[in-house]
Write a new protein. Structure first.
Length: 290
């Protein structure tokens, strides 16, 4: 509790004194090390404010999983980051998107358990061979961290638009799975998700059973999916086609509140995701969708 109070004091001081200055520099990132949680292990958080951040205005927010890969290449797995900061600035300069705050949530050594959804239908069936009490629920705890701790914190200390229509979540690979899971579990919190190179084969594709029964309403949600054709991504298309059929049956309209794209030659790595991250950002935050 003392750690949280201290963190709030520090961020409050920062927001009052320096947020405008940092935003005007366009490429500096607010770093919060070891953000505490009662649900999951502490982790680093990085926050990018839009240029000209105005305390009198309010902004949309994009939450990104695997946060160490989002901005600085020095913390990325492969030394290649997504370049989200430069991409957002470019899209803003072209007047293609609304100003937004980007919150990069770092992963930990528990990435797998936290990012693999724990509620596919096959795991909900009660039988003698499966003890539901032993199901790994780390992903549910991770979502509670995002929804009950991190998002309220961001909404309190930064000028955000807190409604679901202004808050989206994005991730790649397993980060794509947990992003979709977040929207399905908390449709009143998230207005949509961008799932890049979604690792549908996890747990033998069991998550698809959950998706079929738990997609959020197409009336007030937007969903983006994509995949490449090389290496790990080469096996995703059959799974994505099944999900696309589910979306159509649910009432989603292609290129309106849902899109599913195939990037020929794209691989399963940060370099490929960096090259196309502008597409999901524009889909979710494009001015025409305001």
């Amino acid at each position: 509790m003392k750690q949280i109070i201290l963190l709030e004091i520090l961020v409050s001081f920062f927001c009052i004194g320096n947020a405008q200055e940092v935003a005007n520099k366009q490429n500096e990132i607010i770093q919060i090390p070891a953000f505490p949680s009662k649900y999951v292990p502490a982790r680093n958080i990085e926050i990018m404010l839009p240029p000209g951040y105005d305390p009198k205005e309010t902004y949309d927010v994009l939450y990104m999983n695997d946060g160490q890969n989002v901005f600085p290449p020095g913390s990325s797995y492969t030394g290649v980051d997504w370049g989200v900061d430069s991409t957002v600035l470019s899209l803003l300069s072209q007047d293609k998107i609304r100003p937004l705050i980007v919150v990069a949530v770092w992963n930990t050594i528990h990435r797998g358990p936290e990012y693999i959804p724990s509620k596919p239908r096959s795991l909900q069936r009660k039988n003698k061979k499966h003890d539901l009490n032993k199901v790994n629920k780390s992903s549910d705890q991770y979502l509670k961290f995002l929804v009950k701790e991190l998002k309220p914190f961001i909404d309190k200390y930064f000028r955000t638009k807190p409604g679901p229509e202004h808050n989206f979540i994005m991730g790649s690979s397993l980060g794509g799975l947990i992003s979709l899971y977040a929207v399905c579990e908390y449709p009143k919190v998230w207005g949509g998700a961008a799932c890049i190179s979604t690792h549908w084969p996890a747990k033998n594709g069991a998550f698809l059973h959950y998706v079929k029964s738990n997609l959020p309403s197409p009336k007030n949600h937007k969903l983006y999916f994509d995949f490449g054709t090389e290496y790990t991504d080469a096996g995703y298309e059959p799974f994505q086609k099944k999900v696309d059929e589910m979306l159509m049956k649910k009432g989603y309209e292609k290129n309106e509140n849902w899109t599913s794209l195939k990037f020929q030659g794209a691989e399963h790595n940060e370099k490929s995701w960096r090259e196309r991250v502008n597409v999901p950002i524009e889909f979710l935050f494009g001015k025409e969708s305001n």
